[in-house]
Design a protein around this ligand. Structure first.
Ligand code: FES
Ligand code: FES
Length: 168
């Protein structure tokens, strides 16, 4: 069975894996999800896996600045890509939170917090692409993120607050 090297940059750090058949010990199986690689191999457990089938958004991370469900993304398809997880948002030097993380705190935009990393990463993906979205665009971008604890308006307010601070 053919094997190949895959290189990922995760939160600014480069990782290389051998990918191929799951019958070879220590190898990343070709069908391993990015969610499993991040959580189980790299110990980046901030993004959560809930539904495991692309329906809840809890596992959202950025791949080349695009928000994706990591439970529906194969690691073997991410060769050469840059991945950012919730752990990669804070300033690596000062440890300061990303403005979105801070706004979620300031606007009480979470309760249990299980879904929050996925929502923040989806919002981050939106603001990278569209720094000044309308409320409707925020709702649309977050429509794939399910939260059972809070009223969605706290989240919308937090994202709109950050978008107003972005000067472009
Ligand atoms: S766990 Fe990936 S979308 Fe629900
Ligand atoms: S804050 Fe609890 S599920 Fe969203």
């Amino acid at each position: 069975m053919e094997t190949k090297f895959i290189a990922l940059t995760v939160n600014g750090k480069k990782y290389e894996f051998l990918s191929g058949s799951d019958s070879i010990v220590g190898i990343v199986p070709w069908n391993e999800t990015l969610s499993d690689t991040l959580r189980q191999r790299l110990d980046l457990t901030g993004s959560k896996e809930a539904c495991g089938e692309g329906a809840c958004g809890c596992c959202t991370v950025l791949v080349d600045n695009r928000a994706v469900s990591s439970c529906m993304t194969l690691t073997s398809d991410c060769n050469g890509k840059e991945i950012i997880t919730i752990e990669g948002l804070e300033d690596p030097v000062t440890g300061e939170l990303d403005p979105l993380q801070q706004a979620f705190i300031d606007y009480y935009a979470f309760q249990c917090g299980f879904c929050t990393p996925g929502i923040i990463m989806a919002a981050k993906g939106l603001l990278i692409k569209n720094p000044h979205p309308t409320e409707e665009e925020v709702k649309d971008a977050l429509s794939g993120n399910q939260c059972r604890c809070i009223s969605q308006y706290h989240v919308i307010d937090a994202v709109m607050h950050v978008s107003k601070q972005i000067s472009i």
